[in-house]
Design a protein around this ligand. Sequence first.
Ligand code: SAM
Length: 222
Amino acid sequence: MLYIVATPIGNLKDITLRALEILQKVDFIVCEDTRTTGNLLRHFDLHTKLISFNARMEEKKINSVISRIKLGDTCALLSDAGTPAISDPGVRLVNMAHKNEIEVVGIPGANAAILALSIAGLPTDSFVFEGFLPQKKGRQKKLKTLAEEERTIVLYESMYRIEKLINELNEYMPKRIIAIGRELTKKFEELWRGYPNELLESLPEHKLKGEFVVIIAPINWK
Ligand code: SAM
């Protein structure tokens, strides 16, 4: 059995009872950073064995995890925060589990994109999740394509490029309302809303540090 376990994206109280139960009972946990997950486990006084894992996780390691599960061990896959395999490593392991007829069970919980959508007040009946835009090559092309997108758009962005992104949205989609969720579930969480030029004007009042989700309303939506 392979469990895909969501963990908090900031506020540790967002762990679910089911996640705690599974993290205690599995034979081992596959996680991105053993220090980050180690801190989470310590906070909840759990002592399950950890194995590290990353996006470039080599075939050999995936195979050894799959072999252990096939021999009868149970495993939980975690990322540093939020839902594993969503803009995070894990897809290849989950795919291999299915190919090996291992049962895969999801333990739902925090996800930054869905949380931001739920508080942004922008249309959610149909949306497209783009995760992180390419950092350099292909970024402008992607923005041009997204400018034609009729659905709500959801992006992740780092603090190093958030100002650049708002400037780009002002250039490519000036007439779309955007909502930016910063540091969601954390002590200084904020939600900014407005047209890109309005957000640029108020930027000096805002902190550009932390983690960001950007939601872009459909064209002509007011
Ligand atoms: N798997 C995670 C999830 O379920 O949300 C996403 C992992 S992705 C590597 C990390 C990005 O998610 C951050 O750069 C940021 O864009 C977004 N994010 C994560 N936590 C956040 C938070 N507390 N507030 C705002 N955005 C957050």
